[in-house]
Every structure is written in structure tokens, then in C-alpha cells.
Design a protein around this ligand. Structure first.
Ligand code: SIN
Length: 475
């Protein structure tokens, strides 16, 4: 049931499937409501309006834009409980995690409200005495984004806030599975005073149609995408025709490494946090565990004991730590990968029972080898395969043996090893003695086929700015 304290957040809902698409609660399969979809012509009109709105928005003083973003941040925080409830209802993550995501999502708005005032250019010493050289930064124009279902608010604000701070207008197509949070958070932006043509949420007949419009419309200058490497590749290819700027936050295959000199208790806690956040459905979730053979049995036993304590269920219920996965297809993929690993010789440390509905029981797999399919593919579920290793050299080879390069983690208390391994891992992000690395103040992003560009940090706003070089002659 969509009962929340502030009904204005749901003013976008339409009455039936004839007018929009149904949004379903993955925990119980109940239809929560219907959200509007737009025709191709209507989406093109949104882009034209965004282009007009962007010019007014960019002409505004940065301090004024900053103030509106600050107000948006405050409204998100004031409506935290409602937004978290909506998120749990449509996405499934436990309520405490949803509350955490609302705060995480809001933190990008707060951070970029501040960065809006710091899009400084620079002066450059000229090589000829009569010239003066400088750079200024200007918004790229109309920016658009396609965002995933696993973080229904944070993946939007992490893109929208820097775009708006830079002076761009912004159109987002949220995931069809989790649009309630997207429309609700946009509603709060309008209540904060951000113009409706500067921030828009659109849904079309299907995702490829909207993707084609975004990548081909001449007024769109920038596309930011979070999702699979496969879809990111298609969007990049399509964007190439008009040489549109793109930021891509794509798939991952994060290694989580425990050396023989690690604090094992800390490593178990880090492993739990990194693997089971959002039921294992994040791009930065640990996907494969490498544990030194001398501590393998000890780690596996302690890790499994902690995993057996995890409470699986409807995210609205007290004490639940692992909610449902997002869809039947997701559940089938996770089960197929796990069953294949078992066929190939892996063993669940404790018995692994099938659960009803969209729930998947968390499991630790031992006797896993680096060659198994589960090691090379993104699991996106609560399954933790653990592989033994003997030397640092062998470990680095296995850890880097992937097309992906988003997040990686390792636990060691040896400072020499810490530097060596941190430098050797071919990843955009490395958690050292830490399982949760995401924050608005640091640059999030990958290398190799995990993507291009950075979100958050002081780098995040540059994705929405062009640098213009000015050369003053005859001075
Ligand atoms: C993601 O799964 O792509 C986002 C995870 C995060 O921001 O921590």
C-alpha cells in the first residue's frame, strides 16, 4: 500500500494501466500504482523545453542555483521516511538500507550545491608578452541520464545534482521497475524552486526507444548511464554519431582479498557489508573472494557463521537485512550461476535451500576455483564464492583477470603489501581494510569495461562542463 505522510510526493500517479505502467512490490508481488509514460513526440518536446530552460538556468548566478539545490537537499531530508518507504516498497531493500540510500542520495545534492560555486577556470602564463590566456568552464547544455533500479534515488541525484550545479538542464529515464522514487524526488525539486523544464523525469514505451531518442536528438549534448556493460556499449556506439559526451558506470566483478596478515574479524565484517548490501545487487558488491590458503578454513567458517545469521524477508519488517531480488529473471540467473558452480565442484558451506517468491537464501561457497563461471560473471545476488590463493603474484593475476575494473577490496595489515597491492589492482576504486567505499566526496567510477568518467567528488561536476580557452591578444 502506498500510504505515506506527504501525498504530494505521489501527485504524478495515474489511475490505470491504460494510462501508464504498473509498479510492483517485489516482496509480495502486489501492484503499488501506475506511473505515466510518454510518446516519442512528447519526449522530444521535453528535450526542446529542456533546451529553452537550460539557457535561463545557466544564466542564473551560481550562488542562486546553489541555493535552490540546497533547498532540494533539505526537502529530501525532511521527506526521508516517506522516500525510504517508497523505495522499500518498489525496490525491496530493507527499510534501514533505504533510509541510508535517501541520505546517501541527498548527500550528492548537498555536495554539488556547494560545488556549483567552484567551477573555476584558470589563468595561464602566455608565451608571448602581449597575450593573456585563460580558461572558463561552461555547462555542456542539455544532459540526460538512464538510471538503474538498484539505487532508485542515489543514482539519479549523483547525476542530476552535478548537472544542475554546472548549469545544465537534466532529463532522466529511471528504471521502469523503480520509477516512484524518481518522480517523488523530482517533485521535491520542483517544491524547492527548480524549474520543471530544467529537471524532468520521462518514461517511454520501452527503454530502447528512450535510449534511441537520447542518443540521437541533436539538442542532447551529454548522456550519463549506469547499468550493464552490454547496454553501455550500445549507448556509446549510438552516441558516437553526434560525438555526444558520455559517462558510463557499468558492470563490475569486484575481488575481495584476505591476506594471511589480515585482521580476520574485520575482514568478515567487511565481507558481509560489501557482499550483502542490497541483497548483493550493487555494481561494487564483492563478487568473488580470494583468501590466503593458510587462513582459508578459518575465514570461511567465520564468514559462513555470520551469513547464516542474516535475516531474509520483506524489507518493511523489523530486523530484515536481506530483501527480495528485483525480478524472477534476476533470481533465475543467480540460481543458475550457483547451481553451475556446484556442478563444477563448489560446495555450499551450510545447506542452501530454495526460498519462495523473489527471495534468495544467502550462501557462502567453498572449494571454488578461479576457472568457474561464477567467478567471471557478475552474480548480482547474495552468493559468496571463496577461492584459496598461495602467493601475491598468483593473486594479482587472478584479481585482474577480468574485463571489468570497478571496485576491489583487500584486507592486510602489512603497509608494504598495502601499497603494492593497491597500485597493482587494475580498478577505479580500492577498499583497503574497508568493505563500503561509496561517498559523495570521492570520485566513483571504473576502468576497463566498467566505464568512463567519475561521479561524486570534485571530479563529478567536470562531466557536465566544457572547458573554453580564451586567448586575449594585443594586451
Ligand atoms: C552501483 O551499484 O552502481 C552503485 C553503488 C554505490 O553507489 O555504492
Amino acid at each position: 500500500m502506498l500510504n505515506i505522510n506527504n501525498p504530494s510526493l505521489l501527485s504524478f500517479l495515474v489511475s490505470s494501466e491504460d494510462d501508464g505502467i504498473a509498479v510492483t512490490n517485489p516482496a509480495i508481488g502486489e501492484v503499488l500504482g501506475y506511473v505515466p509514460i510518454q510518446t516519442e513526440q512528447a519526449i522530444e518536446q521535453c528535450i526542446e523545453q529542456a533546451s529553452i530552460g537550460q539557457k535561463r538556468w545557466a544564466a542564473m548566478a551560481a550562488k542562486e542555483r546553489s541555493g535552490l539545490l540546497r533547498c532540494w537537499f533539505e526537502l529530501i531530508m525532511e521527506n526521508k521516511e516517506d522516500l525510504a518507504r517508497l523505495m522499500t516498497l518498489e525496490q525491496g531493500k530493507p527499510l534501514a538500507e533505504a533510509q541510508g540510500e535517501v541520505v546517501y542520495g541527498a548527500s550528492f545534492v548537498e555536495w554539488f550545491a556547494e560545488e556549483a560555486k567552484r567551477t573555476n577556470g584558470e589563468t595561464i602564463p602566455a608565451i608571448a608578452g602581449n597575450k593573456r590566456l585563460m580558461t572558463i568552464k561552461q555547462p555542456v547544455g542539455v544532459a540526460c541520464a538512464i538510471t538503474p533500479w538498484n539505487f532508485p534515488i542515489a543514482m539519479i541525484t549523483r547525476k542530476a545534482a552535478p548537472a544542475l550545479a554546472a548549469g545544465c538542464s537534466f532529463i532522466v529515464k529511471p528504471a521502469e521497475l523503480t520509477p516512484l522514487c524518481a518522480f517523488a524526488v523530482a517533485e521535491l525539486a520542483y517544491q524547492a524552486g527548480i524549474p520543471r523544464d530544467v529537471l524532468q523525469v520521462v518514461l517511454g514505451q520501452d527503454a530502447p526507444t528512450v535510449g534511441s531518442i537520447f542518443t540521437s536528438h541533436p539538442l542532447i549534448r551529454k548522456l550519463s548511464f549506469t547499468g550493464s556493460t552490454q547496454v553501455g556499449r550500445i549507448l556509446m556506439e549510438k552516441s558516437a554519431h553526434d560525438i555526444k559526451r558520455t559517462s558510463m558506470e557499468l558492470g563490475g566483478n569486484a575481488p575481495f582479498i584476505v591476506f594471511d596478515d589480515a585482521n580476520i574479524e574485520a575482514a568478515v565484517q567487511g565481507a558481509l557489508a560489501s557482499k550483502f548490501r542490497n541483497a548483493g545487487q550493487t555494481c561494487v558488491c564483492a563478487n568473488r573472494f580470494y583468501v590466503h590458503s593458510s587462513i582459508y578454513d578459518q575465514f570461511v567458517t567465520k564468514f559462513d557463521a555470520a551469513v547464516q545469521q542474516l535475516n531474509v524477508g520483506n524489507g518493511l519488517e523489523d530486523g530484515v537485512q536481506v530483501g527480495p531480488v528485483i525480478s524472477l529473471q534476476a533470481k533465475q540467473n543467480i540460481q543458475a550461476l550457483t547451481e553451475r558452480a556446484i556442478e563444477q565442484g563448489a560446495n555450499p558451506v551450510s545447506s542452501w535451500q530454495p526460498l519462495d517468491g523473489l527471495f534468495v537464501a544467502p550462501v557462502v561457497l567453498k572449494d571454488v576455483t578461479h576457472q568457474m563461471d561464477i567467478v567471471s560473471q557478475e552474480i548480482f545476488g547474495p552468493v559468496a564464492p571463496v577461492i584459496a590463493f598461495d602467493s601475491d603474484e598468483e593473486l594479482i593475476e587472478m584479481a585482474n583477470d577480468t574485463i571489468y575494473g570497478l571496485a576491489s577490496y583487500f584486507y592486510s595489515q602489512n603497509i608494504h603489501r598495502v601499497w603494492k597491492i593497491a597500485e597493482a589492482l587494475e580498478y577505479g576504486m580500492v577498499g583497503i581494510n574497508e568493505g563500503i567505499i561509496s561517498t559523495e566526496v570521492a570520485p566513483f567510477g571504473g576502468v576497463k569495461q566498467s566505464g568512463i568518467g567519475r561521479e561524486g567528488g570534485k571530479q563529478g561536476i567536470d562531466e557536465y562542463l566544457d572547458i573554453k580557452y580564451l586567448c586575449f591578444g594585443g594586451s
